[in-house]
Ligand binder design. Sequence first.
Ligand SMILES: Cc1cc2nc3c(=O)[nH]c(=O)nc-3n(C[C@H](O)[C@H](O)[C@H](O)COP(=O)(O)OP(=O)(O)OC[C@H]3O[C@@H](n4cnc5c(N)ncnc54)[C@H](O)[C@@H]3O)c2cc1C
Length: 418
Amino acid sequence: MNEYADLLIIGAGPAGMSAALAAAPSGARIVVLDDNPLPGGQIWRDGPNAHLPAQARRLRERLEACHSIHRHPATRVIASPGAQQLLVENDERGWLIRYDKLILCTGARELLLPFPGWTLPGVTGAGGLQALIKGGVPVHGQRVVIAGSGPLLLASAATAKQHGAQVLRIAEQASSQAVAGFAAQLPRWPGKLLQSFSLFDRHYRTATHVLAALGTDRVEGVRVQQHGKVVEMACDRLACGFGLIPNIQLAQALGCAIAGQAIAVDAWQASSRADHYAAGECTGFGGSELALVEGAIAGYAAVGNQDAARHLWPRRARWQGFAKALNHAFALDPRLTSLAQPDTLVCRCEDVPYSALVGHADWRSAKLASRCGMGACQGRVCGGAVQQLFGWQPSAPRPPFSPARLETLMSLDDTPPA
Ligand SMILES: Cc1cc2nc3c(=O)[nH]c(=O)nc-3n(C[C@H](O)[C@H](O)[C@H](O)COP(=O)(O)OP(=O)(O)OC[C@H]3O[C@@H](n4cnc5c(N)ncnc54)[C@H](O)[C@@H]3O)c2cc1C
């Protein structure tokens, strides 16, 4: 059966939860949809080995207690068949949700850059390793190397150590000056300063980046460049994340303007499309505190409570300052885009090597010639990589946005035009 929402929120991470709770007192019928089974997004991902902080548990309880908020967990967006409506699907059925206002809180995903050996079993993203561990994958006694850039490396290392892994190296590509400059600013955000003490690890090295994962059937070691010297070490797992890229595919499909790599929003978190808002990391990377306050602003603004939204602008500015410092300190060294060799796979779904992409003018041309980005992940992994490697802007996705059942797709034929 089809459904109506005064306010539809896509994504139940910090931004989506906060948006729903801000909008709830208005009495609007709010629908929150997320492709994960439980709310929390990336930072508060649940699982058999996850330990949710009190803040996440409280938000979840408030969400559940609120009768005007209707949650659809484990639900994917399949298509946008007309104005102000989305076709969605869960494990049991597909249905249409019509909405008056929409807030996109689709978060971000890890940037994975190709390097020799990166497709070997045992090589994952840094956040990917964390998600696997929370989901129950055992790492006890395993030797782990974590590489790439940004604070997620330390968060991932902390999770691995809590579950008995031996973290041999945390290789941060940023220079020691950049990291020290960032650390010097942390007293402006005392909570973050405290967090940095708890995450500190003696195996952290700056100006260090991965060159290759070594092994035949699975990863057996890693070659890194550390302060200009090439070092090899044996390991059982290598987790590499080069920062985050906003999830903008749905926004692109809905016709919202994109600025750089993120959804463009104004002071009310409104996108370029009327009645469509965006909050959290789909509008740029800034951490959960920024996502929470942006979500609240979007939630208030969407239900017409502009005063409450405006009241939060100073708090947002404070966390935007943090985001700016973070993004400046951990900007990627351009040398990281030349790690791939001619035979290194860039698109692992369609087995497309780097050499097959060189010389194309844009992603469309490369796609047509090589099928890059046309496999199961629909460019979610290689799209970010080719943008970094070649500067190609990924095009808007075409429906179905996720693999869908035939019955769901057939219901599109019954959809009356908007
Ligand atoms: C893999 C990973 C691990 C991270 N771990 C940490 C950490 O340990 N500590 C930390 O401080 N920060 C971490 N971060 C950063 C963290 O993402 C943010 O600080 C915070 O979670 C952002 O909140 P958000 O609400 O903007 O997005 P998210 O938390 O990313 O929430 C977005 C939600 O929307 C869902 N979604 C997206 N698109 C759709 C769609 N089309 N249909 C349905 N649902 C959709 C996603 O599944 C997700 O549940 C991590 C990021 C990533 C990518």
